[in-house]
Ligand binder design. Structure first.
Ligand code: DUC
Ligand code: ZN
Ligand code: ZN
Length: 461
């Protein structure tokens, strides 16, 4: 009689601390055995020659987020989580942003309605705080944190979203009182406005101006300020989507002062540059994201941060808009002025293959570092550990099997997101996530979808 539902046999297993040969036994959606020559399962997957890793956790993903008048995000929960799954992820963490006039609680109800029954991966939401009124700060937010919405994002840029320093301090106070984690988008909005005006006066309105109106100093200054505010409020902080070495220096200095800082970077800052925003026929709009990609020196700095551990988190910042679409990048205003091109690029399916190929397969980082950056540290930072982010007895059986022998060229036509392009089109990739298991269910086997929408569920924290 079978005592196990599933055995993954003969693989090279990696966690954030170890690499070892073992079989993994799964029962009731959990890992229940790790050992040699396990027997007695209803089903066996042979992982000889493959790597068996914790499922990817992407803690920075935007799905079905309100994005301004006439603009529609390219992914809903069905397409976004399917794309994530094919990219080797078993959990994603999208942001919940209230529509104008909606309370956070109402926005969450609407988000749950959109997600329920539609997900191929597990999901858990962060809250975006754009209106820190006394009632939200005093009542609604603490109650939501107590209900399991334990992470908040604040913006220092974007009219309508940005908070001033006093408002950020109030949110940080709630975090200190409740134990919530605050993520900060660090760019100085006033400086950006100033630069946009200058560019418009000079007639520089093509997509490339997006990068020159958001230079490194804009990000570095805001990061310094966010870190100082966290120091004043005496709370840990997460600096998201770091794009360059000067910002990394601010983080290192704050840590040296004793501040607890988590730092995130993303594939675009390792692989793209501001030159990718050039392009005939407005093609550069495809790469418009904030902070913008920089230059080769900044890329090298970000790679160094991946290697040394300055970065804790490697996320996609998947924020998909279609390119050739009046509701996307080429909306009527966006095709005339970069200021109206929606900010964000797709990437939830390519995040892990890019780092695996360029990081692990080249020997630049080892498997434990890859696992830490792409899964374990996300679970630890946002309160999902040890249920998720590890291969350990009692953890959810969220497992991705990687075949280092597979070679791929990234083509959007092979992707599963709702956008119409990939920023990484044509990139050669070594190694691919071929089998993905969520809570013991084999969702993808040998690159073929076996699971069904609705098998992913919401995870409270
Ligand atoms: N910030 C994000 O985190 N994602 C996309 C756009 C942005 O500005
Ligand atoms: Zn951001
Ligand atoms: Zn983002």
């Amino acid at each position: 009689m079978s005592t196990l539902d599933l055995i993954i046999r003969n693989g090279t297993v990696a966690t954030a601390s170890d690499v070892f040969k073992a079989d993994i036994g799964v029962s009731g959606g959990k890992i229940v055995q790790i050992g040699q020559s396990l027997e007695g399962a209803a089903r066996v997957i042979d992982a000889t020659g493959k790597y068996v890793l914790p499922g990817g956790i992407d803690s920075h993903v935007h799905i079905s987020q309100p994005s301004g008048e006439g603009i529609v995000m390219a992914d809903n929960f069905e397409s976004g989580t399917l794309s994530a799954l094919f990219g080797g992820n078993t959990t994603i963490m999208p942001f919940c942003l209230p529509e104008k006039g909606q309370s956070l609680r109402e926005a969450l109800t609407a988000y749950h309605r959109l997600a329920d029954g539609n997900c191929y991966t597990d999901v858990s939401f962060h809250l975006i705080i754009s209106d820190p009124s006394p009632s939200i700060i005093g009542q609604e937010l603490p109650a939501l944190v107590a209900d399991g919405y334990r992470s908040l994002k604040v913006f220092m840029t974007y009219e309508g979203l940005r908070l001033n320093d006093a408002e950020i301090l109030r949110v940080l106070d709630v975090a200190r009182a409740t134990g919530a984690t605050v993520m900060v988008h660090c760019e100085n909005e006033d400086a950006i406005r100033y630069l946009i005006e200058k560019h418009e006066l000079a007639g520089e309105v093509a997509p490339r101006a997006h990068a020159s109106t958001r230079p490194v100093a804009v990000e570095r200054e805001a990061t310094h300020r966010a870190l100082s505010l966290a120091e004043i409020a005496e709370v840990p902080i997460v600096i998201v989507h770091v794009s360059n070495g000067q910002t990394m220096e601010e983080i290192a200095r704050a840590r040296a002062r004793g501040l607890k800082v988590f730092a995130e970077t993303c594939p675009q800052y390792l692989t793209l540059t501001a030159r990718d925003l050039d392009g005939m026929d407005w093609e550069g709009a495809k790469m418009v994201c904030s902070p913008p990609p920089r230059d080769e020196a900044a890329q090298a700095d970000c790679w160094r941060g991946i290697e040394t551990g300055l970065f804790d988190l490697f996320s996609s910042d998947h924020c998909p808009f279609r390119y050739d679409d009046p509701k996307g990048k080429l909306n009527p205003k966006g095709r005339a002025n970069f200021r109206h091109i929606p900010n964000g690029i797709p990437g939830v399916e390519t995040r892990l293959p890019i780092l695996f190929s360029r990081g692990v397969m080249t020997g630049f980082i080892d498997l434990p570092r890859f696992v830490a950056l792409t899964s374990t540290n996300h679970a630890k930072t946002y309160g999902l550990y040890p249920q998720k982010g590890s291969l350990a007895i009692g953890s959810d059986a969220d497992i991705t099997i990687w075949d280092p022998a597979v070679k791929r060229t990234i083509r959007h036509s092979d992707m599963h997101d709702g956008s119409d392009y990939s920023p990484y089109e044509g990139m050669e990739i070594d190694g691919w996530p071929t089998t993905v298991i969520l809570g013991g269910n084999v969702m993808i086997e040998n690159e073929v979808l076996m699971g069904k929408k609705g098998q992913g569920s919401y995870r409270s924290r």
